[in-house]
Write a protein that binds this ligand. Structure first.
Ligand code: NAI
Ligand code: MG
Length: 484
């Protein structure tokens, strides 16, 4: 099937408000992972296209976009949010076909994108500087200013959500953006930019250049005309991007995934915990930066939790995205290879349950069986490395101190949760767990666009989402006036 969706030219870049063929004249195939078929060709943008996009962004900053007041920017973002909702069905289908995520998850991503626009639209005119008491004869104040041109290099797992949280906050603060979507999934990025333009975003405020990471991505990360880089993706590429941006002394926000634990104590409400324990591992087929891939359970309830999770795993079904099963395929045959290699490393482990791929699912799709391992040594590779597939490990522990030691024993620190009825323990755990977000008796709080998000260690640094992101996407200028 070839798609030419929603008034977009998928084999072109959107630069300065116009669809422009990549200067190299080359395209890349985009695949539907549910059946391996070709969706369409996308642009293979290169350095010259990034140059053009950065120039268009700079021109927008010197034009109407740069002159828009904070309230005007907010109004435009709010309009974009409504326009996203108007196109919800088309966007959800595009994302489902492109990423392979079940339709209901794609719909939730559309609503999150709309909500980001609404939230950052409302916040745009509420960020302000301060007046600072200083020496006699001085008035000192600070201005919150945009960085200028911001680069956004995003992955394929949640294109709409990640555009919402990074581009939304950047635009709210008055930056002009160059977006490099992932080569595996970039249709909703193009569709969103088009929708934003139609909703009133001035040309050049958001430019999209699809292409390969090593080409368009590297060109953006090392561009001297870019003033801030936001990256979500793998640790290896995150390190490269920090180096590339570092050569130009450009600040970066890195969100590099994790190995997020949920810690279940004997006194937890197990029935309440169960759906969160499983869903946080299999949502988006486990291809989620904040996936919870480690479940730590105190020995008193360990067997009970293992049995209950195994039951749920046994009932899980993976199938084509548009058929809306529990899981879709992985994003690509390559991702399936990565996850299968991890599963092979679990050969000696105690596999307690696996879900099924539906009999009707095409053999050519990138499906894997969701898999649950128990009694996994905390230092095993499956308990230490980010798998990015529907695989969870269960680890028993004796007491709070051991739980903390195991929970904090990976190089990551993105998200964690504690399930316990003991309020004092909840407070201790919230402080002790190394993570940018800690959830008490829940996991993920439904996504929460309002909640600052980001990691420490190999999970990266900087915060997106919530009001906090607005500080990252702006800079402070101090003005000191001497008037005697
Ligand atoms: P990746 O890190 O290669 O891709 C993410 C983005 O970075 C894409 O837009 C890609 O084109 C770009 N990119 C790649 N190389 C680049 C370079 N040299 N310079 C600039 N940009 C570059 O991730 P990939 O290969 O798709 O997935 C591999 C693993 O990475 C996954 O199995 C998972 O463990 C992790 N990952 C984590 C994500 C998260 O949400 N934290 C998202 C995607 C992947
Ligand atoms: Mg890659």
């Amino acid at each position: 099937m070839t798609v030419r969706p929603m008034n977009i030219d998928p084999d072109k870049c959107l630069i300065g408000g116009a669809w422009i063929a990549p200067t190299g004249g080359q395209t890349l195939p985009l695949t539907n992972p549910s059946d391996g078929s070709r969706l369409c060709q996308i642009a293979r943008g290169q350095g010259a296209d990034i140059d053009a996009a950065v120039a268009a962004a700079e021109a927008a900053l010197n034009g109407p976009w740069g002159q828009a007041t904070a309230a005007e920017r907010g109004r435009i973002l709010a309009k974009i949010g409504r326009a996203v909702q108007d196109h919800a069905d088309e966007l959800a289908r595009l994302e489902a076909m492109d990423v392979g995520k079940p339709l209901k998850q794609a719909r939730a991503d559309v609503m999150a994108l709309a909500r980001y626009m609404e939230f950052y639209g409302g916040a745009a005119d509420k960020v302000h500087g301060a007046t600072i008491p200083y020496l006699d004869g001085y008035t000192v104040y600070t201005l919150r200013e945009p960085h200028g041109v911001t680069g956004h290099i995003i992955p394929w797992n949640y294109p709409m959500q990640i555009i919402g949280r990074s581009v939304g906050a950047a635009l709210a603060m008055g930056n002009a953006c160059v977006l490099k979507p992932a080569e595996e999934a970039c249709l909703t990025a193009l569709a969103f930019a088009r929708i934003a333009q139609q909703a009133g975003l001035p040309d050049g405020a958001l430019n999209v250049v699809p292409g390969l990471g090593a080409e368009a991505g590297a060109a953006l990360a090392s561009h001297t005309g870019v003033h801030h880089i936001s990256f979500t993706g793998s640790v290896g590429v995150g390190k490269l991007i920090q180096q590339q941006a570092g050569a130009n002394v450009v600040p970066v926000t890195l969100e590099l995934g994790g190995k997020s634990p949920q810690v279940v104590f004997d006194d937890a409400d197990i029935d309440a915990a169960l759906p969160f324990l499983v869903n946080a591992g299999i949502q988006n087929a486990g291809q989620t930066c904040s996936a919870s891939s480690r479940i730590l359970v105190q020995r008193g309830v360990y067997d009970q939790v293992v049995a209950a999770m195994a039951d749920r795993y046994g009932a899980l079904r993976a199938g084509p995205a548009l058929e809306d099963h529990d899981l879709g395929p992985l994003v690509s045959a390559r991702q399936k290879e990565i996850v299968s290699a991890f599963l092979a490393q679990g050969a000696g482990l105690h596999c307690v349950a696996q879900g099924q791929v539906t009999a009707e699912a095409p053999q050519t799709g990138a499906y894997v069986q969701p898999t649950l391992f128990a009694d996994v040594p905390p230092d095993h590779v499956l308990a230490q490395d980010e798998i990015f597939g529907p695989v969870q490990v269960l680890i028993p522990f004796d007491d709070e101190a051991e739980a903390i030691r195991i929970a904090n024993s990976t190089p990551f620190g993105l998200v964690a949760s504690c399930w316990s009825a003991n309020g004092a323990r909840q407070m201790r755990m919230a402080r002790a767990l190394r993570a940018g977000q800690v959830f008490l008796n829940n996991y993920g709080a439904g996504g929460g666009v309002e909640l600052p998000f980001g990691g420490s260690g190999l999970s990266g640094h900087g915060r997106e989402k919530g009001f906090e992101a607005l500080y990252g996407f702006s800079t402070v200028k101090t003005v000191a006036a001497f008037h005697g």
